[in-house]
Write a protein that binds this ligand. Structure first.
Ligand SMILES: [Zn+2]
Length: 122
């Protein structure tokens, strides 16, 4: 699955130098959502969580948040979140949810009374 994320991150264009791709699955391994980060699209959700995590001016949509938002629409509970990151040349880099995404993930976990397993490259 991580290889799939890396592949999609290589193919995609976030409109910026960093490309992150993530996929959310449920317990059975069904895809609930997937997305790339975007330096073009902003979102009120990102604004809110920027504010909550004490960050400012970074309201562009992160891959993890986009993926979770689309997974919520599926009405299924997220079990795993795979995250891959590549640089401009397509080399894979260590990935880790930033503080904003972590805050968002914790909020989701509280709301749905669950724990998401984060699987990312080191
Ligand atoms: Zn993030």
């Amino acid at each position: 699955m991580l290889e799939y994320c890396v592949k999609k991150a290589r193919e995609g264009d976030s409109g910026g130098r960093c490309r992150v791709y993530s996929v959310a699955t449920d317990k059975r391994g069904n895809y609930l959502g997937e997305a790339m980060n975007s330096y073009v699209k902003t979102s009120p959700v990102m604004k809110k969580f920027n504010f909550l995590s004490g960050q400012k001016g970074k309201e562009y949509l992160h891959s993890e948040v986009r993926t979770i938002l689309s997974a919520i629409k599926s009405n299924r509970i997220i079990d795993k979140l795979y995250i891959a990151r590549v640089n401009k040349n397509g080399d894979s880099l260590p990935a880790k949810p930033c503080i904003i995404c972590q805050t968002f993930i914790e909020d989701y976990e509280r709301l749905y009374n669950t724990r998401i397993k984060i699987i990312c490259q080191h």
